[in-house]
Design a protein around this ligand. Structure first.
Ligand code: SF4
Length: 659
């Protein structure tokens, strides 16, 4: 049963009851359920009194990085990078505002009632090397978890799979077009994907022909429903098998295909509390179903003369093209003989990938120094030299804190790590609360990726001869998917800065193109210029920008979802001043000093960028709080007002409230 998995079904798309039922069932069986990309409520990470565990063994990491915090990652047995989705390859996803209930927003790090967009690409993956870096990041974030890369069946997937195997993935999943919930567009399901059989056989054969098959486990998914499907998948080269549609049906789905409407009549694909009461699924039903599948697999294996699953993998010689295919008007034109080609060599996974974690700065120097202090929650400060081949520094230490102290981490500045030099990629990725990392020098790409509560400082050396405020000090894609924490960057950062930030407060002195894309929360303060396409897809959070020229800045923004404002609220002004004062304190920034010295004039030069829908929701929540409701109740009422198109705060009232 350890080879059986459920396909990715994200919390937010399906109800918590359905999500938990699948996790419990697969944990009872020793299989694995897949969290999907919506994050997971941490209350599920502890074992229930009856011994059940509601945590999904596979935690997914998709382009939206929703809920992908350090604590989420350390609670996985497998970390899956979703490169694409079988039912809609090349497309992103969207959770409509009306499904973003307060509890979904909490887990995803966003605002209730505001659309959530999963962009088509991962913003930190533009090449196979970038993917290899993310695989390495995740391996550092959880040394005990396997890292899977999910690909879709398409022509050429074999070449991609070979690259992924060389990039050190432990598992490659090839997914067909035919799974998925009714939330995927029908045109995509019908016309974009391919059957898993085509992708799987190509991936398996290409890996074998390149001597890479023994380095990875191959998995497939895409409407496997019977024991016969599993046997067919094994014969075409798969060692592990994902099921999505069938387990959903087992827990109650009646295939109404209205998953995206929040009206699922059986409480499976809805967040509506009334409809969720109609959920009658039982984990035992899924357990039974999987046992029947296993039994059918065993029977077919006996007929074919196989004693173990491993023996069966890649044995296409026992398959033949059915006579029916020859007589079918359309199928008769197909030549499927290439699917049955059997290269020479190892057909299954045999050797573990070498992730080279033992060579990291964390394992060699940092962890031995701070391990004792972390265990006892004691303060410690240590200094190290760093060079640009030291990648993912701090992440292993952070994972140890998350394992011991959960999502809340340690008190601020408990573990202070100072570095001098040029930090390699992913400096401070996923570090949790209680960790502070400062590099005096510069940093490469992906600084603070997935920042999970920690504090990061990148500052220029005192003796530098260049003007730090007008030079690049941090690479591309910094703070992608940051969920909380703070950071101070003493200079410019590259492209795609703070994409999908959902809660961190970050100060920087200028950014390249595509800054703050798809951001859903947090504050970004930019004491300088931005590149083009700033704030595209930004649906939450606030950016404060002090450009050289305000009109040029506005032209560089993507204004589809945002609006510009002056900052007039006194509380907000003080909060912003404090963030900039912190920047000066940590970096000695000249730009921060000048801004603070002439504060009354400088505040006039700062443009506030805020998404329009987000602003409306925040004001609607404030409106209910002013009526005497608790924050939780106000969030719920505001969400329901949005859902039922009964927002009580008009634009004029908003202006009044803001004043
Ligand atoms: S019953 Fe319909 S809406 Fe509910 S999960 Fe199944 S297909 Fe989706």
């Amino acid at each position: 049963m350890k080879r059986f998995k459920t396909g990715a079904m994200s919390f937010g798309s399906i109800s918590e009851e359905a999500h938990e039922a699948l996790a419990i069932a697969m944990n009872r069986l020793g299989g694995k359920s897949n969290s999907g990309e919506g994050g997971e409520n941490p209350k599920r990470y502890t074992v229930d009194e009856n011994g059940d565990l509601r945590s999904s063994a596979i935690k997914q990491m998709a382009s939206g990085r929703f809920g992908a915090k350090s604590h989420y990652l350390v609670n996985a047995k497998e970390l899956q990078i979703k490169m694409a989705q079988g039912a809609k390859p090349g497309e992103g996803g969207q959770l409509p505002a009306k499904k973003v209930y307060p509890w979904v927003a909490d887990v995803r790090g966003s605002t209730p009632g505001v659309d959530l967009i999963s962009p088509p690409p991962h913003h930190d993956i533009y090449s196979i090397e970038d993917l290899a870096q993310l695989i390495h990041d995740l391996k550092n974030a959880n040394r005990d978890a396997r890292v899977t890369v999910k690909l879709v069946a398409k022509s050429g997937v074999g070449t991609i799979a070979a690259g992924v195997a060389k990039g050190n993935a432990d598992v490659i999943s090839v997914v067909g077009y035919d799974g998925g919930t009714g939330a995927s567009p029908k045109t995509s399901i019908k016309h974009a994907g391919l059957p898993w059989e085509l992708g799987l056989s190509e991936a398996h054969q290409t890996l074998m022909m390149n001597g890479l098959r023994d380095r990875v486990i191959l998995e497939t998914d895409g409407k496997l429903m019977t024991g016969k499907d599993v046997v067919m998948a094994a014969l075409l080269g798969a060692e592990e098998y994902g099921f999505a549609t069938a387990p959903l049906v087992v827990i109650g789905c009646v295939m109404m295909r209205v998953c995206h409407m929040d009206t699922c009549p059986v409480g499976v694909a809805t967040q509506n509390p009334e409809l969720r009461k109609k959920f009658t699924g039982d984990p035992d039903h899924v357990v039974n179903y999987m046992k029947f599948i296993a039994e059918e697999v065993r029977e077919i294996m006996a007929e074919l003369g196989f004693r173990t699953m491993d023996e069966m993998v890649g044995r296409t010689d026992v398959l033949q093209v059915s006579d029916r295919a020859h007589s079918h008007w359309k199928a008769k034109h197909l030549d499927v003989s290439t699917l049955l080609y059997q290269p020479e060599g190892t057909r299954i996974h045999r050797v573990e990938q070498d992730h080279q974690l033992d060579r990291s700065l964390d394992m060699k120097q940092i962890l031995p120094k701070v391990e004792h202090a972390i265990k006892h929650g004691e303060q410690i400060e240590a200094s190290f030299a760093i060079k640009n081949t030291d990648r993912v520094t701090g992440t292993i230490v952070g994972s140890e804190i998350s394992k011991l102290y959960g999502e809340k981490g340690l008190p601020e500045d408990t573990v202070k790590l100072n570095f001098t030099g040029s930090a390699g990629q992913s400096f401070g990725a996923f570090i949790p609360s209680g960790m502070t990392m400062k590099v005096t020098g510069d940093a490469n790409d992906y600084v603070g990726k997935g920042l999970s509560g920690g504090k990061l400082i990148v500052r220029a050396p005192k003796e530098t001869t260049i003007d730090p405020g007008n030079n690049v000090i941090a690479g591309n894609v910094s703070f992608y998917g940051a969920s909380s924490g703070e950071a101070y960057i003493h200079g410019y950062a590259g492209e795609r800065f703070a994409v999908r930030n959902s809660g961190a407060n970050i100060v920087v002195e200028g950014v390249g193109d595509h800054g703050c894309e798809y951001m859903t929360g947090g504050r970004v303060v930019i004491l300088g210029n931005v590149g083009k396409n700033f704030a595209a897809g930004m649906s939450g959070g606030i950016a404060y920008v002090k450009p050289d020229d305000i009109e040029t800045f506005k032209k560089r923004c993507n204004t589809e979802l945002i609006q510009f404002e002056n900052i007039t609220d006194q509380e907000e002004i003080e909060e912003l001043k404090q963030i900039i004062a912190n920047h000066y304190y940590y970096t000695n920034s000249e730009k921060a000093a000048l801004t603070l010295q002439n504060w009354n004039d400088e505040i006039e030069r700062i443009v506030k960028v805020i998404p329009t829908d987000y602003k409306r929701m925040v004001e609607q929540i404030k409106y209910y709080e002013n009526q005497g409701l608790s924050t939780d109740d106000a969030r719920y009422e505001a969400f329901m007002a949005k859902k039922e198109d009964k927002m009580t705060v008009t634009t004029d009232q908003q202006e009044t409230l803001i004043k």
